[in-house]
Design a protein around this ligand. Structure first.
Ligand SMILES: C[S@@+](CC[C@H](N)C(=O)[O-])C[C@H]1O[C@@H](n2cnc3c(N)ncnc32)[C@H](O)[C@@H]1O
Length: 214
């Protein structure tokens, strides 16, 4: 690992708003981390955490947890949250596959998935974060009438996701093939990430899907 990555990796562990597989907080996030009963929103594949930071600034009465496996990336968001006194943001370094080991059913109010790797190769289909295998876990965590938001550059993953949700009981709440075509775009969709900026520079339309389990 390059030196700066290593340094961020070890610093990540010293921050007060960062957690990893050693912290067994299942069912205890409200009480032990946020010390309030506000709804908890997860951002999956959060990278540098721009989305949960942006959402936390827009929604001070909600709590946000960014999840990713890469500590050196989350270091950026965790540091920003500390420096800007954003007490409603935390980061958890885990493999999203093991989500159910870290959260209790019903503990989560909403999920955002921001620019996940599309994993177009067929043998990797089960690693797509909107594969039915993951959707079932999200349903267990959220329960009925709670939403999942997907923002992506990938036509492939967008199509795959719209097909995947047909196999389960969901109601589509919003579907945009290009968020820039929408008039009066909601502030939550104006938040931009490292990867979103990269795709925008290549003029790739940003797609958005919101659905709730019914
Ligand atoms: C393309 S990046 C997007 C990062 C960020 N959301 C953005 O838009 O800049 C995808 C991220 O997903 C993370 N990731 C992919 N699969 C994962 C998994 N199974 N568990 C945890 N993190 C995962 C990667 O580490 C990476 O940071």
């Amino acid at each position: 690992m390059p030196k700066t990555k290593l340094k961020k990796f070890s610093q990540y562990e010293t921050f007060p708003n960062t957690y990893d597989a050693r912290n067994l907080l299942k069912g205890k996030w409200h009480q032990e981390v946020f010390k309030n009963n506000n709804p908890i929103v997860l951002e999956l594949a959060c990278g540098r955490g721009e989305y949960c930071i942006g959402l936390a600034q827009l929604n001070p009465n909600k709590n946000f947890i960014g999840l990713d496996v890469k500590a050196a990336r989350m270091w950026e968001g965790a540091k920003y949250a500390i420096e800007n006194h954003l007490n409603n943001v935390a980061f958890l370094r885990i493999q999203i596959d093991f989500l159910l080991d870290y959260f209790e059913a019903g503990e989560i109010d909403e999920i955002w998935i921001t620019f996940p790797d599309p994993q177009p190769q067929k043998p990797r289909a089960k690693q797509r974060l909107t594969h039915i295998k993951f959707l079932e876990k999200y349903f267990l965590l959220l329960g009925k009438f709670k939403s999942v938001n997907l923002k992506t550059d990938s036509d492939f993953l967008f199509q795959f996701t719209t097909e995947s949700v047909k196999d389960i009981n969901v109601q589509i709440q919003e579907l945009l093939f290009n968020i820039d075509d929408k008039e009066d775009l909601q502030d939550e969709l104006k938040i931009s990430t490292y990867y979103e900026k990269m795709w925008r520079e290549k003029n790739i339309p940003i797609k958005y899907l919101k659905f709730q389990f019914v």
